[in-house]
Design a protein around this ligand. Structure first.
Ligand code: HSE
Length: 404
């Protein structure tokens, strides 16, 4: 019998409790033995919950109970979650988490600690919700030199963009829907400002390139600046606007990682990734391109990945299964200063004004043009600085990279 304690009875934690207990028999078969949910830690009271008898408020109860083998951390954030994770690992318990903030900021330290203690620290649910990506990247693609990873890593923003594109819903109304569906973070600015996608690309980059990339090293732009006009202009060019996290291995060994909205051509499979779904594309030197697709957020999809990690630990009790990588440093990541691309440009300018700045650009048309602005896609690949120099005479422009 393997005993589990869940920390945090929010959306994901309650989903884990439901899946663990609801699928008890089939999980027992897969784990070669029963997995029992022994405790749930939460500061709140849940008198009407079917798990009412399992709640505790003091982490020490779990820490000091030698029967607890696996701690599932679904508190989120990097404060109490970090303290409890360290203490659980120190106490010789394996930890499974969906907490991308913690893994992105402290993954190196925590995987090292798990190794030292001979236990597991697993975090399949931290990227892509229910999509298997951490294990495929670290195991199934292990023979490859990974060249690039890019994808739609945040379900909430993809949901918002899809609703704006399909139904013309405002940003705020679409965000409210995402929150009602339990997709958004407690503080939705982490989603819409791109920080959630940033943490996820840091985790993927660490596994793919073997060095810790810290969120502070990753230029991050969310979708709050994307307007219905941009969505409409993109549509006229046969493209969709998607928030992408991207990590590219450079020849000098550094990793160029960033998060930003992009115009994605409708022929690219990522353009068809809609609603809360995520899509992650990995390019390896032997396999070429491979893509992962599925539900990137939500209670049960995320619980599916967490419980799979619990089963993995239970099946391999006594053997260490901690992913690991090298520590990060100033020389590990580079910004996007020298990353050239084609650009979508919307400016408060006449068509002639825009053409004067960018003579070879492809002008875009909108169904309902306000007449005071114009938009185009540049013909050449330019760095941001080169583009801004060309646009120096124009006021108020919005710039979005084109994914080619
Ligand atoms: N808020 C996150 C998202 C949850 O929308 O993708 C899953 O990590």
């Amino acid at each position: 019998m393997v005993n589990v304690a869940i920390l945090g009875f929010g959306t994901v934690g309650s989903g884990v409790a439901e899946v663990l207990t609801g699928h008890e028999n089939s999980i027992a078969r897969k784990a070669d033995g029963l997995i029992r949910l022994k405790y749930i830690l939460d500061v709140r009271d849940f008198p009407d919950s079917p798990f009412a008898g399992k709640f505790v408020k003091d982490f020490a109860v779990i820490e000091n109970d030698p029967e607890v083998d696996i701690v599932v951390e679904t508190i989120g954030g990097a404060k109490a979650a970090l303290d409890f994770t360290r203490r659980a690992l120190e106490a010789g318990k394996s930890v499974v988490t969906s907490n991308k903030e913690l893994v992105a900021s402290h993954g190196y330290e925590l995987t090292q600690l798990a190794r030292e203690k001979g236990v597991c620290y697993l975090f399949e649910a931290s990227v892509g919700g229910g999509i298997p990506i951490i294990r495929p990247l670290s195991q199934c693609l292990a023979a490859n030199e990974i060249l690039e990873i890019y994808g739609i890593l945040n379900g909430t923003t993809n949901y918002i963009l899809t609703r704006m594109i399909r139904t013309g819903l405002t940003f705020d109304a679409a965000l409210q829907e995402a929150q009602d569906n339990g997709y958004a973070e407690r503080d939705p600015s982490a989603d819409v400002e791109g920080h959630d996608a940033c943490r996820k690309i840091c985790i993927l980059a660490a596994i793919a390139f073997g060095r810790h990339i810290y969120p502070e090293q990753v230029p991050t732009q969310g979708i709050t600046g994307v307007t219905l006009a941009d969505v409409d202009y993109a549509e006229s060019a046969g493209k969709k606007i998607k928030l992408l996290g991207r990590a590219i291995r450079r020849e000098d060994g550094r990793v160029c990682a960033y998060v930003a909205p992009h115009l994605v051509d409708q022929s690219n499979p990522l353009a068809g990734v809609e609603d809360v779904f995520n899509g992650i594309s990995v390019r390896g030197d032997a396999i070429g391109d491979v893509m992962f697709y599925g539900r990137g957020a939500g209670k049960l999809p995320t619980a599916s990945a967490v419980v799979a990690d619990v089963i993995d630990v239970a099946r391999n009790m006594g053997s260490r299964k901690a992913l690991s990588w090298e520590p990060g440093g100033e020389d590990t990541a580079c910004g996007t200063d020298d990353l050239a691309s084609r650009w979508y440009v919307r400016a408060k300018a006449s068509v002639d004004g825009l053409r004067a700045a960018l003579p070879d650009c492809k002008l875009l048309a909108r169904r309902e043009s306000g007449g005071e602005e114009s938009a185009c896609i540049t013909a050449q690949e330019l760095t941001r600085a080169e583009l801004e120099e060309k646009l120096a005479g124009l006021e108020q422009h919005s710039l979005i990279r084109v994914l080619d």
